[in-house]
Structure formats: structure tokens, C-alpha cells
Design a protein around this ligand. Structure first.
Ligand SMILES: Cc1ncc(COP(=O)(O)O)c(C=O)c1O
Length: 511
């Protein structure tokens, strides 16, 4: 009897995860209402509550995996409250840490729609519309930054992955096809060499480590006074390595360094790469999108000459995490680097008709529809809308730099793109002496820690020439002039209080 009931239940199967359209509608409407109110409250909320891991952990509703389920509407309500009370909000107008943008609200709806259709964008047949939308998104990004429209490219999880794609394409093209079958070990003792500035993001170490070159294969080229790669030092190092029988294969330029937003001299780097027959990759994860501005800095112009470029929509296209973009001049370099044809895939028909099977373009096989949020936002505001937002971010950083420069208790240090760095220097201290500099580093580090925890504003830090600096990176379309104008006084207020408690006696004014 039991068995017959089971079979009957299976015949009219209703799985525990299923939701009726009415239930979905009710839960969805409720969630969208809650999200809309949250978005409206972003400015009024602290950037963060600065809670400890213990405090946040204890706010989670359950400690063990439940055996029985809970209705979705209840779960969504409870979880929205949990997230809104215990998160850091990079959507707050005063979040300026690292290079993490405020996310376009449309992106949240796009992710909902993308997850609903749930195409697997690894194969064209599995994702006809999504594959075409991704191809168009990649083309539009290339067009925006002035990269050739005939390029190949794909979306990945972020800057690290986009840079890895460029790195692997370089390795395959310049070290040869054997590197895929025999590995680096078969290179008859030649040490592959990669060149990048000392300001390069840590992805390069991960890539060299993971993809067989080893971090010792990286040549860290010193920088000039503007923290750009020193071209003479680069040339000398390449020549020395060639003379020593090593195998130079890749130069990495940076368009917008993580610390201070420095842009390497890309046209000159392109020239050196051509001269020595090296692959030219540009990490433009942050700054590349500024190449789309009518008054783009001239150093960015060389981006179009790069063999590959990494660029992050989840930075300056304000897409919700995660989405990075890898571009290569010649799409063939992607298939030569990543393509396999396992017997269980039958996607070749699409390729014959110029459809892209993205599993052949990059490291992933199953892939989500991350293009949708980028594509929709590009259509929502157009290239003009993006140029305006990026340019406003840059103008705000420039304004902040001016304000800081004019403030007697602040020392302005660097300004590139939308990053300004500075530090708090009590007016009675004379900078330069070792003990003063050590104290200033300690003071500014403490200041940053307390400011971040306070939730009033959220800069992060940079270390330049041994100085610990506060760093404001504006990739935030919600930041206004009012937010920027408030910051110097906030910093000085924290600085004064901390200085009063922290300053060692030998640096205090004599009574
Ligand atoms: C210049 C640069 N490259 C690469 C990355 C890594 O990007 P992601 O964190 O998206 O992997 C960053 C991150 O800030 C960056 O600033």
C-alpha cells in the first residue's frame, strides 16, 4: 500500500523546493518592497557596524543544518533583516575602500532574471540568447575603451581571473603549444620571465605560482616618482635576461594601480614588447574604463595595442559582484589556450555558424549568465551615462585632493584617476624625522581603523614611500560633493582625539 502511495506521489511529484507561481509572486513582491526601502535608506545607515566575527556569527538564526524546511517568504524576510543589520554597505555614498563600487540597482534585478532562466553559458546550444548577449557585452566594453571590435573576450568572476586569462594566453602563445602538454618543466632549463612594476596587484604572484612559472620568475621593475614602471629599468632587465639565456615572454602594464591609481606608460610598453617580441598584457581592472572618457589620460591610449586586457565591470561599470572581463586582440589565442573537445559535448554546430562556445574561451565549463547585469546597465545609461559617472568620480577625487591640500592638518600625497591619498599630520609636528614618521604611520593606521569601524566613512589605506596613507577610491555613483566636503573634518576629528591619547611624550610640546 505504502509503495503504491509512493509511486502515485512520484507520478504527481511536487518537490520540496518547488514554489507555486502565486507563492513566488508573493515572496518576490515582498522581497522587492524590502529591497526598495533598503536602497532608499542607504545614506542614512552607517557604512558598517564594525562588529566582531563572534557578534555576527551569533546573529545567524541557526547553528546546525535544519532537518525540516521553512516557508520561503519567512526566510527571505528574516534574511533580508539579517543582511541589512550586519553587513558592510559598499552602496553607501561614503564607502571608498579598496576598489569596490556601489552596485547599480538594475544589476540586482538582472541577476534575478538571469538566475530564473539559468542558462549555462558554457555552450551556445545551452544558452542561445545569453551567449549572444555576452558576446555583445564584450564587444561593447571593448568599443567603450577603444579596443578593436574584432577582439575575443569573455566574462569571468573578476580582475584576478581576467588577468589569469591574459597570462595563460601569453604563456601559450609565447612559450609554445608544448607548454600545454609537456608543461614548463620541458623548457630545457630556460627560466620563463614576466615583467611588471613593483605596484602590480597580487594576481601576478598567484598566476606565476599557479601556472608553473614560479614567483621567482617575476621581475619586479622599479617605479619612477609617479609610481609608474621605469622603462629604462625594464629594457635593461629584459636584455640582461635574454643574455643570460632566460625566456622573457610577458610584460604586464597596469592601467590604474590598486594603491594609488598610477597608469603605466602603455604606448611605450607596447613599443618595447614589439621590439622584444613579448606579449603585452594590461591589467586595466580598475582604470581601463577611464579610457572611454573623451579626455582620457594619454597614457591610457596604449590600451588598444595590448595583446590582452583585464577590465572589471564590477569596479567602474558599477556591476554587482562578480564580473570581470578578459579581452584578447585575436580570439584564436583564447581557443588555442583553453579549448578541449570532450566526447560528452556536442556543441560544434554552433562554432561552425560563428556561435561561441564559451567553455573553449576560458577556464570554466559551466558558466552563469553574468553578462546580463552588465548589458542591461550599459543599455540603461548608454556610453554617455557611463562617461559622465566615471568622470564625476574623477572630479570628486580631484576636489578631495584640493581640499586636503588646503587643510593645515592634512598632507595631500597622490591623486590619479579617482584615487586620492593623504594623511593626518598634527600641525605642531615637523615631518621627516624618523621618530616623527614612525609615529605618523602609527597614528594614521589607528585613525583609519577607528574611522572604518565607526561607519561614518570608509576609506582604506596605501603605503607610499614608507608613509601610511588614507586612501579614498571613488567608484561610487552615489558619492556627492557634500560627502567629499565632509571628509577632511571627519578625519581631523578622529585624528585629534587619537593623537591626544597616542602621542609619545618625546613628541609632545614642551610645557
Ligand atoms: C589593478 C587591479 N588588478 C586586479 C585586481 C583584482 O580584481 P578582483 O578583486 O576583481 O579579482 C584588483 C582589485 O582591486 C586591482 O585593483
Amino acid at each position: 500500500m505504502q509503495r503504491r502511495d509512493d509511486t502515485e506521489a512520484l507520478r504527481h511529484r511536487v518537490a520540496p523546493l518547488e514554489m507555486t507561481p502565486d507563492d513566488f509572486r508573493a515572496a518576490g513582491h515582498q522581497l522587492v518592497d524590502v529591497i526598495a526601502s533598503f536602497l532608499g535608506s542607504l545614506r542614512a545607515r552607517p557604512v558598517t557596524r564594525g562588529e566582531t566575527p563572534e557578534e555576527v556569527r551569533s546573529a545567524l538564526p541557526l547553528s546546525s543544518l535544519p532537518e525540516e524546511g521553512t516557508p520561503p517568504q519567512e526566510l527571505l524576510k528574516e534574511t533580508a533583516d539579517l543582511l541589512f543589520e550586519h553587513s558592510l554597505f559598499n552602496g553607501n555614498p561614503r564607502f571608498w575602500g579598496y576598489i569596490t563600487s556601489s552596485a547599480a540597482p538594475l544589476g540586482a534585478l538582472a541577476d534575478l532574471l538571469a538566475a530564473t532562466v539559468n542558462p549555462n553559458v558554457g555552450g551556445w546550444d545551452l544558452s542561445p540568447a545569453a551567449s549572444e548577449i555576452e558576446a555583445q557585452t564584450v564587444r561593447w566594453i571593448a568599443e567603450f575603451i577603444g579596443y578593436p571590435a574584432t577582439c575575443g573576450g569573455l566574462l569571468v568572476s573578476g580582475g584576478n581571473m581576467a588577468n589569469f586569462v591574459g597570462f595563460l594566453a601569453a604563456r601559450r602563445r609565447k612559450l609554445g603549444a608544448d607548454v600545454r602538454t609537456k608543461g614548463i618543466g620541458a623548457m630545457s632549463g630556460q627560466q620563463p620571465r614576466v615583467y611588471c612594476s613593483a605596484e602590480t596587484h597580487t594576481w601576478i604572484e598567484k598566476a606565476a605560482d599557479q601556472y608553473g612559472i614560479g614567483t621567482d620568475g617575476i621581475r619586479w621593475i622599479p617605479t619612477d616618482e609617479r609610481l609608474r614602471m621605469d622603462l629604462t629599468a625594464l629594457r635593461n632587465q629584459i636584455q640582461r635576461d635574454k643574455d643570460d639565456g632566460d625566456a622573457p615572454f610577458l610584460v604586464v602594464g597596469t592601467a590604474g594601480s590598486t594603491g594609488v591609481g598610477a597608469v603605466d606608460a602603455l604606448p611605450e610598453l607596447a613599443h618595447i614588447c614589439r621590439e622584444y617580441d613579448l606579449w603585452f598584457h594590461v591589467d586595466a581592472a580598475y582604470g581601463g574604463l577611464a579610457a572611454g572618457l573623451p579626455d582620457a589620460p594619454p597614457d591610457l591610449a596604449g590600451l588598444s595595442e595590448a595583446d590582452s586586457v583585464a577590465i572589471d565591470p564590477h569596479k567602474w561599470l558599477y556591476s554587482p559582484l562578480e564580473v570581470g572581463c578578459a579581452l584578447v586582440h585575436d580570439p584564436q589565442d583564447l581557443t588555442d589556450t583553453f579549448s578541449y573537445h570532450p566526447s560528452y559535448y556536442r556543441f560544434d554546430e554552433a562554432t561552425k555558424q560563428a556561435g561561441i562556445n564559451y567553455h573553449e574561451y576560458g577556464p570554466q565549463n559551466s558558466r552563469g549568465f553574468r553578462a546580463l547585469k552588465v548589458w542591461l546597465a550599459l543599455r540603461q545609461v548608454g556610453s554617455k551615462g557611463y562617461a559622465r559617472m566615471i568622470s564625476d568620480d574623477i572630479r570628486l577625487a580631484s576636489h578631495l585632493f584640493r581640499l586636503v591640500h588646503e587643510h593645515p592638518a592634512l598632507e595631500a600625497c597622490t591623486h590619479n584617476l579617482s584615487i586620492a591619498t593623504f594623511r593626518y599630520v598634527p600641525s605642531d609636528l615637523t615631518v621627516g624625522a624618523v621618530e616623527v614618521e614612525e609615529y605618523l604611520n602609527q597614528l594614521n593606521e589607528e585613525l583609519l581603523g577607528q574611522l572604518q569601524k565607526s561607519g561614518e566613512a570608509f576609506p582604506s589605506n596605501a603605503l607610499v614611500g614608507g608613509k601610511y596613507l588614507l586612501r579614498v577610491c571613488i567608484v561610487n555613483f552615489r558619492t556627492s560633493l557634500e560627502d567629499i566636503e565632509a571628509l577632511p573634518e571627519i578625519v581631523v576629528r578622529f585624528g585629534r582625539t587619537i593623537d591626544a591619547a597616542l602621542r609619545p611624550t618625546n613628541l609632545r610640546p614642551k610645557p
